[in-house]
Design a protein around this ligand. Structure first.
Ligand SMILES: [Zn+2]
Length: 421
C-alpha cells in the first residue's frame, strides 16, 4: 500500500513538472501574440516590445548577457501599414486579413476606380481579349482570375501580373488561402489578393483607402544570452529562433504569428529555463539567439553572422527552431542530409525514445535563420514541426488554435540530442 502511495506521488510529481513546462510555454506564446505586441512587426514598435519581453525573461532566469544588455542592434528598411486599410466593391466592405491582403511592397492608393476584368471568359474569347488589350488601364483596377486557364493562358497571366499596362492596382482573385509577408521595398503599384468568394461577382467600382509608411533605417534588434558550460565553456551549442512576425496590415489587423514563430521563441525560453537550473548545467556553453527581422528576409541572422559576438568557429552546432507548434506528422530537419552524422544521431535518439512519429531529412534551404550560419561553415540544423493546423502567415495563426501537440516531445528530443555532443 505504501509503495502504491509512493508510486502515485511520484507520478503526480512527474505530471506537475511536465505541466509547469507546458504552462510556461503556452504563457510565453500568449504573451508574444497579445495585442500589445502588434504582431511583432514594425507598427507601434511591436518588435521592440517583444525584444524587451525576451530580455526580461532571460534576465529573470539568470541567463548571462554578452554585452549591451542582451541586445544586438541593427538597421532595416521596411514597408509598413500603420493606418488606413479599406477596400469596398460596389458598396460591399471587405475585411483586411480575412477577405483580402495587400502586397507587402504596396504604396498608398486612395480613390474610386473602374474595374477591368482578365478572366476565363475574356482570355477564351478573341473579341473580348482584343478589347481588353486595347483598353487603356491607366487609372483603372485590373481584376485577374486565372481559374480554368490553360498553360499558355497562365503564362500570359504571369506576365500581366508585372503590370506593363500600368494599371493603378492589380487584383488577383485567390481560391482559398491568403498568405502575407514583409517587404524591404516599395513597388510602383499595389497588388491586392482577394478571396474569390469575398469578391462581388462582376463588381464595377472599387474604392480603395490604403496608406503605406516606408521606414528607412529603422532600428531593430537580436536578443541573445548564454549559460556557461561546465566542462567545455569555450565551445557552444547555439539554439536560435526568430521572434519577429509580420506585424499589422492597417490600424486594426494584427498577424499574431503563434506558430511562426512565438512557438520556437517559447521553445528557446523553455530550454533557457531548463539549462539555467543548477542540476541541468550543460557541458558545452549553451547560447540562445532570438533573431529579429527574419520575415523581412533573414535580416537579423545575416547581420549576426557578419557581426558575431564570439567567433563562429566556437559554435559546435546550431539548432534553429521555427514553427514548433504542431508535430502530428513529426518534424523535418533542414540540412539533415548535409550533416549526416548528427542527423543520424538525432534520429537514433528519437527512435529509441519514441518521441516523434517521424524525423524527416531535408537538404539545404534558405528558409530560416540557420542559413547564413551553414553558408559560413557553421554546422546547423533547422527543425520545424509538421502536420496539424494549416494557419501560416495569416490572421488565423493564433495561440488559441495552436495545439502544441509535440512541444514537450520536441523539447525532450532537443535536450537528449545536446547530451550526445
Ligand atoms: Zn518563421
Amino acid at each position: 500500500m505504501k509503495l502504491i502511495r509512493q508510486l502515485l506521488f511520484f507520478i503526480f510529481l512527474c505530471n506537475t513538472v511536465i505541466a509547469q513546462d507546458i504552462d510556461y510555454a503556452r504563457n510565453v506564446i500568449n504573451d508574444l501574440c497579445a495585442p500589445e505586441m502588434y504582431g511583432r512587426g514594425y507598427v507601434n514598435g511591436g518588435d521592440e516590445s517583444a525584444a524587451h519581453y525576451l530580455r526580461n525573461q532571460l534576465e529573470k532566469m539568470g541567463v548571462s548577457a554578452f554585452d549591451f544588455n542582451y541586445y544586438q542592434d541593427f538597421k532595416i528598411n521596411v514597408n509598413t501599414f500603420p493606418e488606413a486599410m479599406e477596400v469596398d466593391v460596389d458598396g460591399k466592405q471587405l475585411h483586411p486579413g480575412i477577405d483580402f491582403i495587400v502586397s507587402p511592397d504596396a504604396p498608398s492608393v486612395n480613390g474610386e476606380y473602374d474595374i477591368i476584368y482578365l478572366n476565363k471568359s475574356v482570355i477564351g474569347n478573341p473579341n473580348k481579349m482584343d478589347e481588353f488589350e486595347k483598353t487603356n488601364k491607366k487609372g483603372k483596377v485590373v481584376v485577374m482570375d486565372s481559374t480554368g486557364f490553360n498553360k499558355v493562358q497562365k503564362e500570359y497571366f504571369v506576365a500581366a501580373e508585372q503590370n506593363s499596362f500600368e494599371a493603378t492596382v492589380i487584383i488577383k482573385l485567390i481560391p482559398e488561402k491568403l498568405t502575407w509577408g514583409v517587404s524591404q521595398e516599395v513597388s510602383s503599384f499595389s497588388t491586392l489578393e482577394i478571396l474569390k468568394k469575398s469578391f462581388p461577382e462582376n463588381g464595377k467600382k472599387i474604392t480603395l483607402n490604403i496608406t503605406n509608411k516606408f521606414l528607412s533605417k529603422y532600428g531593430s534588434q537580436n536578443i541573445l544570452g548564454f549559460i556557461e558550460g561546465k566542462t567545455k565553456p569555450d565551445s557552444s551549442i547555439v539554439f536560435s529562433a526568430h521572434y519577429d512576425h509580420l506585424g499589422m496590415m492597417g490600424s486594426e489587423t494584427i498577424f499574431p504569428g503563434a506558430n511562426d514563430n512565438a512557438s520556437g521563441t517559447s521553445m528557446l525560453l523553455n530550454l533557457a529555463q531548463y539549462y539555467s537550473k543548477p542540476e541541468n548545467k550543460p557541458d558545452y556553453t549553451i547560447v540562445f539567439i532570438f533573431f529579429g527581422a527574419e520575415e523581412a528576409g533573414l535580416v537579423g541572422s545575416k547581420f549576426y553572422t557578419e557581426n558575431p559576438v564570439f567567433p563562429l568557429e566556437e559554435i559546435k552546432f546550431l539548432i534553429n527552431i521555427d514553427l514548433a507548434g504542431t508535430g502530428e506528422e513529426g518534424i523535418t530537419v533542414v540540412n539533415g542530409s548535409v550533416f549526416e552524422k548528427e542527423f543520424n544521431t538525432l534520429k537514433d535518439v528519437n527512435d529509441e525514445k519514441k518521441y516523434l512519429m517521424q524525423v524527416k531529412v531535408r537538404g539545404k534551404a534558405a528558409n530560416s535563420d540557420h542559413y547564413y550560419f551553414s553558408e559560413k561553415g557553421v554546422p546547423a540544423f533547422f527543425i520545424y514541426t509538421m502536420g496539424g493546423i494549416k494557419a501560416y502567415h495569416d490572421v488565423y495563426d493564433k495561440s488559441e488554435t495552436l495545439p502544441l501537440t509535440e512541444f514537450q516531445d520536441l523539447f525532450r528530443l532537443l535536450t537528449d540530442f545536446v547530451k550526445t555532443f
